[in-house]
Each structure stands twice: as C-alpha cells, then as structure tokens.
Write a protein that binds this ligand. Structure first.
Ligand SMILES: [Zn+2]
Ligand SMILES: [Zn+2]
Length: 294
C-alpha cells in the first residue's frame, strides 16, 4: 500500500517572511494577556505544552476561530489509511469535512506564524477560518493537542504530516511532542520510499526530524548498500554518506532510540532544564544536539 505525504504547504521562506512581519502591538497585547493569565508561572512559551498555561488562556479568553481540513486526498488510499488510525477514524467518514473551533489566543500562543497571519483577523473579524491542508485525522489531532498536549497517533506518516505543519507554523512545542511520538514508535524510514523523500524535501536542511531520519538510518542500517529514492534531496544524501563513514558502535550507542530530547531543538542544557527536565521522563540531550553548540 502506497502512502504519500502532503507537500503542498506554503513554502517555508514565505511562512518565515510572514512571521517577520509580526505585528508588535498584537503580540504585545497577547503576551500581556497571557502574562496576566499566568500570574505565578513563567509567562513565556517554554517550548512545551503546559496545562497551567493552557488552562489560564482558555479561562480568560472566549474568541475562537474555525479550523477546517482542505485535504484533497479523498481517494481509496485515504479510505484504507483511515481505518488504521484507531479511535479517531470512527469520527470521520470518508469524505466527511472536518470542522472544529479553537481558542484564537491558544493557537497564537504556540505559533508565532499564526500570530502574524491572524493579526488582521484578530482586530477586525468575528468569524474566520484557518484552513489546514491535512487530512481530517491530522486536523483533529492538531486541535486536540492544543487542549491536551497529547499526540494520540502512532502512524509515522500522519506524524510527519503534522510535523511539517508544525515546522511551517513555527510551533516548537508541537514539534517536540510529535518527535517524542516518532521516537516512541521507533520510526524506521525507508529511504527508497517516495513518501520519505517528500517529507525530507518539505523540511529545512537543519530540521530535527531530518536529523532523526539520518541518525536512525546511519546507526541502524547494516546493509552493504542503502537504496535511496531519486527524489531525495542531494544535501540529505551527502550528509548520510558522511555519517556512514564514521565508526559506529551500533545500537547501544545510538542517539536516536529513547532519546527524544536529542531532537527537541534544545538550545542549551538550561533550556532543557526549564522544559523537558520537569517531566523527568527523558535523558538530557547530548552536547552535539544542543542548538547553541552546533
Ligand atoms: Zn537508535
Ligand atoms: Zn526535550
């Protein structure tokens, strides 16, 4: 069964350009309201989902915005895939539209991209819509994550689809949650699959998911030759060649298994202590994976 990743998102450079046009006043207002709503806790997005912060935002604000799915993958493949998604699949019949509401401030709290993109909406309109080019199951997870912090899915391609969205929306907390799940399901990519090539092509070169895919392959692939799809970006192939040349101590020493914080884009150990260390579940990132060290 062929599965394919969506690649029709807004180009990353345009998304970043939008963000660079952030409306300072709106941000200030949102940050002030969040700060007021989270008295006693650090009023900053620490890159992790927090029940205290989310609860405070939801309690203090009532503006919501519609989220709909604009997925056009309503063919037989999608029908087959949807059966594999577990409990969520029963919520959406094939072809059924997805629509949900989300608190505007919550969406903006985690995503500077949405903060920038919705600045006009925030000021002027009451009824507006965010269209996500993902299938309904992924849209459902996207909305639920904002309220629960959970990514209840173990399908790697759904997770990759969500990760690409989180990358383009600059949603670090969601990226971290997804990568934790990808590490937990021990995603082993087939580099000769066009889906893998599409995912890598949709991400910036320094993406943490790309690095996971490189590590998972270079540390675990024991075959003499590695088949790579012709659509795989040249930079990815070159980096993989370099990694494979290095001596490896195989599985005991790999950076990928059970170490999601290596792929959480932690800048420093301090950053890790303020975010993931509080949950106490995962080991500290290795020095080579701290962004400030790269
Ligand atoms: Zn590993
Ligand atoms: Zn972490």
């Amino acid at each position: 069964m062929e599965r394919r990743a969506k690649t029709k998102y807004k180009p990353i450079h345009l998304a970043r350009e939008d963000t660079s046009n952030l409306n300072i006043d709106i941000n200030h207002d949102i940050n002030r309201r969040i700060a007021e709503a989270t008295v006693g806790v650090t009023p900053l997005v620490r890159g992790v989902w927090s029940a205290i912060e989310v609860g405070a935002i939801v309690a203090r604000t009532s503006d919501t915005i519609d989220i709909i799915s604009a997925d056009d993958d309503q063919d037989r493949k999608f029908s087959q895939r949807s059966k594999r998604y577990g409990p969520h699949s029963s919520l959406y019949a094939r072809g059924a539209p997805f629509k949900a509401q989300i608190h505007l401030d919550l969406l903006c709290f985690f995503s500077p991209y949405h903060r920038a993109a919705l600045k006009g909406v925030f000021l002027e309109a009451q009824h507006n819509t965010v269209i996500l080019e993902m299938d309904p199951v992924c849209c459902d997870i996207f909305v639920k994550w904002h309220y629960t912090g959970c990514v209840p899915n173990d399908d790697p391609w759904a997770l990759c689809q969500l990760y690409i969205l989180a990358d383009q929306n600059e949603n670090l907390a969601l990226r971290r949650a997804i990568l934790t799940q990808i590490v937990n399901v021990n995603f082993a990519p087939d580099l000769n699959d066009s889906n893998t090539a599409a995912v890598v092509s949709s991400l910036p070169e320094n993406s943490a998911l790309t690095r996971y895919l490189l590590d998972r392959t270079s540390y675990h692939q024991r075959a003499e030759t590695i088949q790579i799809h012709t659509d795989m970006p040249v930079e990815f192939v070159e980096t993989l060649k370099e990694l494979i040349k290095k001596p490896r101590h195989w599985l005991d020493d790999c950076p990928c298994c059970n170490k999601p914080c290596n792929y959480h884009e932690h800048n420093t150990v301090e950053d890790w202590k303020l975010s993931c260390a509080e949950s106490g579940s995962y080991p500290m990132p290795e020095p080579a994976y701290l962004r400030a060290e790269i």
